[in-house]
Write a protein that binds this ligand. Structure first.
Ligand code: VGL
Ligand code: ZN
Length: 205
């Protein structure tokens, strides 16, 4: 059984959002086309409390892009984004949500960030995604969404660790690119850990 995993296609990660990924909206039609080819579709949603420890605004004197120690885990500081219940946390209006089996929310604990759709960055918290997939006899996951170099990458790496054959649909992702080659580096790291890097064209024919 295969599943499509749509990572964090939320307003704050799209042009005009608080943590906008350049051209992030361009993947929406690609993801909608991909959805036609899957019987099991799941989404993740970055879903932070307003006092979340990853927000620079919650650390007086610190700026976006600086690193801090957040409960023993190195944490880069982000602008306020994807606050629970806010418009920025909503999925892109044009993203087809009609056939989603479930949404897994992450980053909900104040004191730890969660890039992966599976586990918090300290690997203590578990969103339930892995158990859900195993309960549906899923052995192959196809990952798309935002952002290639953060939540998509860590979701792919955890998917591999959890034993799933994992495909990264590269053209159905976009990167933050804090460094200009972060997209390429993320792809290399995923491939080096056993992910299959594919194009949406190999699915949409
Ligand atoms: C993400 C930074 C902070 C992502 C989430 O979805 O890639 N990036 N929170
Ligand atoms: Zn976040």
């Amino acid at each position: 059984m295969k599943a499509l995993l749509i990572v964090d296609v939320q307003n704050d990660f799209l042009p005009g959002g608080a943590l906008a990924v350049a051209d992030g909206d361009q993947i929406v039609p690609v993801i909608n086309a991909l959805q036609e080819h899957f019987n099991l579709i799941l989404a993740t949603q970055d879903w932070h409390p307003a006092d979340h420890g990853s927000f620079a605004a919650n650390h007086p004197g610190k700026r976006v892009g600086e690193f801090i120690d957040l409960n023993g885990v190195e944490q880069i500081l982000w602008p306020v984004h994807c606050v629970q219940g806010s418009e920025g946390a909503e999925f892109h209006a044009d993203l087809n949500k009609d056939n989603w089996a479930a949404v897994f929310q992450k980053g909900t604990q104040q004191n730890v960030d969660s890039y992966s759709g599976f586990f918090d960055n300290n690997r203590q918290g578990d969103t339930g995604l892995s158990a859900f997939l195993k309960g549906k006899d899923v052995d192959e996951i196809y990952v798309c969404g935002l952002a290639t170099d953060y939540c998509v990458k860590f979701t792919v790496l955890d998917g591999l660790t959890e034993g799933f054959t994992t495909y990264l649909i590269a053209d159905a992702t976009k990167a933050v690119n804090l460094q200009e080659d972060d997209y390429d580096r993320a792809l290399s790291e995923m491939a080096g850990n056993g992910a299959h890097i594919i194009s949406s064209k190999s699915i949409i024919m």
